[in-house]
Design a protein around this ligand. Structure first.
Ligand code: SF4
Length: 325
C-alpha cells in the first residue's frame, strides 16, 4: 500500500546560542498509510509536538523531507505550494482554551478557513458551519456564541469542526485530550475515531495517555529524546513492548481499574530525560536503561525491523536497540 505521508530523515533543530542546538527531532523516518491512525507517544520533551508541527510546516525543517500523497512538501511554510496543500493537512491543537480566538463567534471561528474559498457565498459558508457543528455534536444555535461560553470538551469539538470543515485528508491531533477532564476525554477520543472512519481520514494522534492511544490507534510509534525507538501495531507495542524504554513507559501507565492500580507494584522510569542540547552519539536511553551494555553509550542504534517481514507490509515491527542487532 502506498503511504499518504512519507517522512524521511526529518530533522528539526532549534539554535539557542553559539554552537548550541536543541535536537527536538533527530533523523525521524516513517510512513503513515491512508486511513490509518498512528498514535505517537513519549514523555514530555521527547519531541512529539515538534514532529507534528514540522510535518505540517508550522516549523521549517532543518533537513530531511516530508511527502504528502507522493508530493514532496516545500521547505518553507509561506510558499504558494505549501498554501495550496494546507487545507489537506490540518491540526487539532492541545489547548482548546488558547487555540480559539475569544473575540470571534463560534460561527466565525469554524467558518474562517472557508472565507478563502471565493466560490462560496456567505449563505453557503453558514450552511457548512452548521453541518460541521452538528457533526461534532454541537448545534446551529451555538454559532452566535463566544468560546468562553463553552466547556473544555465543547471547545475541543469547535476546534475539531474548524479543522475538518476544510475536508483535510491528514490531521495531526496534538495532545487533543490532555487539557480536558478525564470524564470528557473518552467522548472526544470516540468522536475522533468515529469521524476518522466516516470521513476516511488519516490521523497522527499525539498523546501521553497510552491506554487512550492504544484504544484509538492502528499503530503506535514511541518517541524518546527526538528519535523514534519503537513502531508496531498498537496491540504489539502495548502488550509486547520490545524496547526497554517502551517497556518502562507501559509499565508506568496507570491502570483504569483502581483496584488493580492499587495492587500492582509501582514502576517509574529511573533518572531524568537527558538534555536535548548538543546530543552525543550512542543510545539516548543508555543512562536510564536497566539493560544497557558497554557499547550502548557509544554506538547509536538505528530503527530497523526485528523480524524479517514482507518489505511491502505496512505493519513492520521496528525497534532501535542493540538488544536486537
Ligand atoms: Fe538499552 Fe542499549 Fe537498547 Fe539503548 S541500545 S535501549 S541502552 S539495551
Amino acid at each position: 500500500m502506498k503511504p499518504l505521508v512519507e517522512i524521511s530523515n526529518l530533522v528539526k533543530y532549534f539554535d539557542i546560542g553559539p554552537r548550541q542546538r536543541v535536537h527536538a527531532v533527530d533523523d525521524v523516518s516513517f510512513n503513515i498509510y491512508l486511513q490509518e491512525i498512528v498514535g505517537l507517544v513519549g514523555e514530555s520533551g521527547s519531541g512529539k509536538s515538534t514532529l507534528g508541527k514540522t510535518l505540517l510546516g508550522l516549523h521549517n525543517k532543518t533537513s530531511g523531507s516530508v511527502a504528502f500523497a507522493g508530493q514532496t512538501l516545500p521547505q518553507r511554510y509561506a510558499s504558494a505550494d505549501f498554501r495550496a496543500l494546507a487545507p489537506k493537512m490540518q491540526m487539532i491543537f492541545q489547548d482548546p482554551y488558547s487555540s480559539l480566538n475569544p473575540r470571534m463567534t463560534v460561527g466565525e471561528i469554524v467558518g474562517e478557513g472557508l472565507r478563502l474559498q471565493p466560490n462560496l457565498s456567505p449563505n453557503q459558508v453558514q450552511q457548512q458551519v452548521v453541518h460541521w457543528l452538528e457533526l461534532v455534536g454541537l448545534s446551529a444555535d451555538h454559532r452566535s456564541r463566544y468560546p468562553h461560553e463553552f466547556s473544555g470538551g465543547q471547545r475541543q469539538r469547535i476546534g475539531i469542526a474548524r479543522a475538518l470543515i476544510l475536508k483535510p485528508e491528514f490531521v495531526v491531533c496534538d495532545e487533543p485530550i490532555s487539557a480536558l477532564d478525564v470524564s470528557v476525554q473518552a467522548q472526544v477520543v470516540n468522536l475522533l475515531g468515529e469521524l476518522t472512519k466516516e470521513l476516511g481520514l488519516t490521523l497522527l494522534f499525539i498523546a501521553h495517555d497510552l491506554s487512550m492511544v492504544r484504544y484509538i490507534s492502528d499503530r503506535m510509534a514511541v518517541m524518546y529524546l527526538g528519535g523514534l525507538v519503537e513502531v508496531g501495531t498498537s496491540a504489539e507495542v502495548f502488550f509486547d513492548p520490545k524496547h526497554p524504554y517502551t517497556e518502562t513507559l507501559i509499565a508506568s501507565n496507570p491502570e483504569a481499574d483502581p483496584v488493580h492500580e492499587r495492587q500492582r507494584p509501582s514502576t517509574t522510569i529511573q533518572g531524568e530525560i537527558p538534555s536535548p542540547v548538543n546530543v552525543q552519539p550512542g543510545c539516548r536511553f543508555a543512562n536510564r536503561c536497566p539493560r544497557a551494555m558497554p557499547h550502548c553509550a557509544s554506538e547509536t542504534p538505528t530503527l530497523q525491523p526485528i523480524v524479517p517481514v514482507d518489505p511491502t507490509s505496512t505493519t513492520q515491527r521496528l525497534v532501535a536497540c542493540h538488544l536486537y542487532t
